[in-house]
Design a protein around this ligand. Structure first.
Ligand SMILES: Cc1cc2nc3c(=O)[nH]c(=O)nc-3n(C[C@H](O)[C@H](O)[C@H](O)COP(=O)(O)OP(=O)(O)OC[C@H]3O[C@@H](n4cnc5c(N)ncnc54)[C@H](O)[C@@H]3O)c2cc1C
Length: 405
């Protein structure tokens, strides 16, 4: 898109200069000129009394009118789709239903046809499959070229991807290639019914506010979503969809080649997949204090999480950090011990099924998010919890033994 100023119509009245929220409009020799700060917001277009300023869309760029359908990029590695794909399909289905549009999954790779039926069972009406040896290994260049060609051809209205290593690398390239916007790391997606726009919500300004971002003109409206923020689609094996095979053009991904893939050394902590997380905050007081957090986690068969406060204090490693700059988690049970409940922490755990907080400050923000709260000193409360758990386990074992007799 470009700003077009008709010098013959411009009278140099300066309305555009006054209207520009970015101070980007200037008058040169009595004629309006847009400077580097111009964001193409269109304020000057509306302000110009002579209709001398307009926004021009180059041929080929996708406009809102031409676009339709919600797409989910069905990321896969070695034929395995990560859980975030099911989560995107769950959310994508809701968005597509609101827009009365089709939900499509876009699957790229080689020998990955086995994923087609699961994608349909998770809600996709159509799967666009590009199966080609050149896509066997993820490669930014080739994948971006293939997706950009498909987007230009089919013109989706919305395109979602996981905020994974692949999604974070691929989606900015794609957005640039098709000249649209991208909102990264969304924690909420909804449809503005009046305007039919995708409302893309994510933490902003260091997590101090939640910003809702829209992409009113260019298409597709693109967003990445962190794993475990949205609820996964429940598969329905009886569900059927349409498979569309797409041929890869001959000139994709000339810029780079993958020579070798070195498997990542996984963290010892599987926070993302944990069913139970016991999370320690600065209230735990020291590295030694974390032994109590570990004990409770062991009793519950869970793993240990931590706030950034605790990590920055050097009491535990970053792999344990939950929150905006750590892991996003959604366990069945989250227990926060000495955790204040800063917004940057909450965005990483607020989808947990049950949240329990122990904090000695009754005003602590975590209590706003918690389903159960204990106001008290964690060094008194946690040993009492452990003792009660052990007592219950003892009772359960005794009654099981009774039943056997
Ligand atoms: C850009 C940015 C990104 C961030 N990312 C993250 C992130 O990913 N994850 C994250 O967690 N934070 C993150 N933060 C930091 C966040 O803002 C908070 O500073 C941090 O979460 C606070 O950690 P805390 O709750 O452990 O510590 P504190 O704020 O110090 O709170 C400690 C709590 O423990 C309670 N307490 C003290 N002693 C006891 C006791 N004996 N028994 C019971 N309760 C007790 C206190 O009442 C208090 O509520 C980020 C900040 C920024 C600016």
């Amino acid at each position: 898109m470009a700003l077009i100023i008709d010098k013959n119509l411009c009278t140099g009245c300066g309305s555009c200069v006054d209207a520009c929220p970015f101070g980007a409009m200037e008058l040169h020799d009595g004629v309006a000129v847009a400077g580097d700060g111009c964001t193409l917001c269109g304020a000057c277009v509306d302000a110009c009394p002579e209709s001398a300023i307009g926004l021009d869309e180059p041929a080929g760029e996708q406009t809102a009118q031409a676009a339709s359908g919600v797409w989910v990029f069905a990321e896969q590695r070695q034929g395995q789709a990560p859980e975030v794909v099911a989560e995107l399909l769950g959310q994508g289905r809701k968005l597509a239903d609101e827009l009365r549009a089709e939900l499509a999954a876009v699957l790229l790779g080689h020998g990955v046809e086995g994923l087609v039926a699961p994608l349909m069972s998770q809600g996709a009406d159509v799967v666009y499959l590009i199966d080609d040896p050149r896509l066997a290994r993820f490669n930014d260049d080739a994948y971006a070229d293939a997706l950009a060609a498909l987007v230009r051809d089919r013109r989706p209205e919305v395109l979602l991807a996981g905020a994974t290593a692949i999604g974070r690398s691929l989606m900015p390239r794609l957005a640039t290639a098709v000249a649209t916007g991208l909102t990264a790391d969304c924690t909420g997606l909804a449809i503005d019914r009046e305007r039919g726009l995708l409302l893309q919500t994510r933490p902003a300004f260091g997590g101090n506010i939640m910003a809702t971002i829209v992409c009113p003109q260019a298409r597709p409206q693109m967003a990445t979503v962190r794993p475990r923020v949205m609820k996964a689609a429940q598969p329905d094996a009886a569900r059927r969809g349409r498979l569309e095979r797409v041929t890869l053009s001959s000139d994709v991904g000339g810029g780079s080649a993958v020579l070798e893939i070195v498997a990542e050394i996984e963290d010892q902590v599987n926070l993302t997949g944990a069913e139970v997380i016991v999370c320690g905050g600065r209230g735990v007081g020291s590295a030694e204090g974390f032994e109590l957090v570990r004990q409770l986690a062991r009793e519950l068969g869970g793993v240990v999480g931590a706030t950034r406060g605790a990590v920055d204090s050097g009491w535990i490693g970053h792999a344990h950090q939950v929150g905006q700059t750590g892991r996003t988690v959604a366990p069945r049970l989250y227990i926060g011990l000495g955790v204040a409940g800063a917004v940057q922490h909450l965005v990483g755990m607020q989808s947990s099924d049950t949240i329990v907080a122990v904090n000695k400050d009754p005003q602590a923000a975590i209590f706003q998010a918690a389903h159960y709260g204990v106001v008290g000193d964690l060094f008194e409360v946690v040993p009492a919890m452990i003792a009660r758990l052990r007592q219950r386990r003892g009772q359960d074992q005794a009654s099981a033994a009774d039943q056997k007799c």
